[in-house]
Design a protein around this ligand. Sequence first.
Ligand code: FES
Length: 93
Amino acid sequence: MAGERKQVFVVLTDGQVRAYVNSCPHVGAPLEMEENRYLDLTGSEIICAVHAARFDLLTGDCTWGPCRGRRLTPVAITIADGMIVADNPPNLS
Ligand code: FES
């Protein structure tokens, strides 16, 4: 939607950084169960707080739940001088 602001979150796993739009592909709800908490208890997957869908950290693919077969929206990033920069940022909030 034009003018809509989106939140992005970043995960670090196996020395790789990924960024995704904070929106579940099921119904578009924010994913985090509390501020800045996106991972399940084991830290091995991203989890949606609404219906508990699980997502692969590196691909954003839904591995379990009502949005299986879909994925999180990735945000291309570059790491420069210790900073993470979105290459083509969505309308960030
Ligand atoms: S809103 Fe995320 S699984 Fe339903």
